[in-house]
Design a binder for this molecule. Sequence first.
Ligand SMILES: Cc1cc2nc3c(=O)[nH]c(=O)nc-3n(C[C@H](O)[C@H](O)[C@H](O)COP(=O)(O)OP(=O)(O)OC[C@H]3O[C@@H](n4cnc5c(N)ncnc54)[C@H](O)[C@@H]3O)c2cc1C
Length: 296
Amino acid sequence: RLVGPYFDKFATEEQRERFLPGCVSGEKILAIAMTEPDAGSDLAGMRSHAKDMGDHFLLNGSKTYISNGINADIVIVAAKLADSDNPHAVVLCIVERGMEGFERGRNLEKMGQSAQDTAELFFNNVKVPRENIMGEPGKGFIYLMTGLAEERLQAAVGFISNARHAFDITRDFCMERKMFGKTLAGMQNTQFKMAEMDMEIEMAEVYVDHCVELLNKERLTGEIGAKAKYLASEIEWRMLDLGVQLHGGAGFMKEYAICNLFTGSRVNRIYAGTSEVMKLIVGRHIFSEAYSSTLV
Ligand SMILES: Cc1cc2nc3c(=O)[nH]c(=O)nc-3n(C[C@H](O)[C@H](O)[C@H](O)COP(=O)(O)OP(=O)(O)OC[C@H]3O[C@@H](n4cnc5c(N)ncnc54)[C@H](O)[C@@H]3O)c2cc1C
């Protein structure tokens, strides 16, 4: 669902027909590879490059932290357009399983989300046929920025529902756990902290719903996606931290759901763009001519 929209929006009709049926049936697993060992937040600093050779592009470089990197059948690889002066001239190459020169590295060990593979990828003189170039060569950066706005909003939907789930299981725990002759829920500190989170989560739920409406009206912009992702992931994080705290020692034990939610979600303020980068995007928009509130 994260990578599919790139085909829908930027691929040719022929590419859609060739790739999308397998994705929809679940036979083909997708990945998108932007991040490199020396270029994460600063995507324009990527070193992977693709040289136009006429009937194909010659792709060289490496990527890291790629979700589905081990299992993917089709990887959209972002690379600089070789021989271009424009640092934002990026080509999106559709690399398929088995293409010569395409190698997968380690399945990286993570703090959480162990069910999902995250890997390094290597491209050594991979001949990417011209018909596997997505959209117009050189415009890849614009495609990525458009795709990332939707990806961030999708992420926000998941994060805020996760926050609500963490709230619910923490509420149940507090109502059960007894100490000092009453339940944990009876302590004013618990009520105050949970009241704050209930209000913050509700506020974010309404905001994220509003952003989904904007997406449906084709009015989603980069800064709106960034605001939704920032708010949802930061509120989710505060809820998970509170959830672990209120569970006491149990919150550190893997047999309690809050523990796995906590470790599995720590990355949410990092991937798909860090919270700092989200503020950078929102901040730039505030001081641009185009500024207006999302709610106007
Ligand atoms: C589990 C997982 C899955 C991932 N899946 C994918 C994937 O499928 N495809 C893909 O392409 N990438 C993927 N990533 C990569 C992810 O998007 C990057 O890790 C993320 O964008 C941050 O880049 P970085 O790790 O290089 O950190 P860096 O960019 O090195 O950031 C380090 C710190 O510097 C801060 N920072 C950076 N710039 C600024 C600034 N201008 N001002 C202030 N602070 C700043 C950051 O906020 C951060 O705190 C994944 C990462 C993880 C952990």
